[in-house]
Design a protein around this ligand. Structure first.
Ligand code: ZN
Length: 240
């Protein structure tokens, strides 16, 4: 029943978007000014902040030594509007929304005191979208993490690392339902650095859509650390 309801809701929003391009994808409010997909209220106030205490990581997250900070903008609302939006990016080709969420995240990063040291650093700073396996990228047509990173870059001016520096070498099936240990095992050796010089001495911000158990990001950070970056952190749109 739930699934059917979701499909109908997605179809309605998609249909409305086609007929009235100026409708907020989240709340359906008409007359959104300009080209944006979310209205000002949904951009600023609709979703709960993932880290209201503004510490180096979201509540309940224990970071491995290789990661200095973990920043998520909003709390994931299982079965809610944010989940539907993020789902639509991946499975209904809403790449433009990923870019727009990246822009919103860029503004929110600038306003987060815990990221101050990370963003205002003298070290060369780069954004690294979690790489997708080439086969999955072809199937989807884009890497949503890369579009989010491009949005962050647009607002903050931090460059995005070229996609041939760190690659995903193993095609892993969906990780949903696996324990953290099983996920980490499944990801061992999934990433590879092709050009270590581009990593050494840099402060790297890993970018993804959702931070769930952290298995993917932790595994990527371990590999990156072998290239001796000055610092590694992670920024996502949501924290599940
Ligand atoms: Zn709205």
């Amino acid at each position: 029943m739930r699934v059917l309801q979701d499909i109908v809701q997605e179809a309605v929003v998609g249909f409305r978007q086609m007929l009235f391009p100026g409708v907020c994808l989240s709340c359906g409010m008409p007359d959104v000014d300009g080209m944006e997909l979310l209205c000002p209220f949904c951009r600023e106030n609709r979703f709960d902040p993932a880290n209201p205490f503004r510490t180096d990581s979201c509540p309940g997250v224990i970071l491995p030594a290789v990661l200095r900070y973990q920043y998520a903008m909003w709390r994931y609302d299982k079965g809610g509007v944010l989940q539907r939006l993020l789902h639509n990016i991946k499975y209904n080709g809403l790449g433009r929304l990923a870019f727009e969420l990246g822009c919103i995240a860029g503004v929110s990063m600038r306003n987060c005191p815990a990221l101050d040291g990370a963003i205002n650093t003298n070290e060369p700073l780069v954004l690294l979208p979690v790489p997708l396996h080439p086969r999955r990228r072809r199937m989807r047509g884009f890497n949503q993490a890369e579009l989010i990173a491009l949005g962050i870059s647009q607002v903050t001016g931090i460059p995005v690392l070229s996609d041939d520096i760190v690659v995903r070498t193993r095609y892993t099936n969906t990780q949903t339902g696996f324990s953290l240990m099983a996920r980490t095992r499944n990801l061992n050796g999934a990433f590879k650095i092709l050009n270590e010089e581009e990593i050494t001495g840099k402060s790297i911000i890993i970018v993804d859509d959702v931070f769930t158990t952290g298995a993917t990001v932790f595994s990527l950070a371990e590999i990156l650390n072998e290239g001796n970056p000055s610092e590694i952190g992670v920024v996502t749109i949501a924290h599940a």
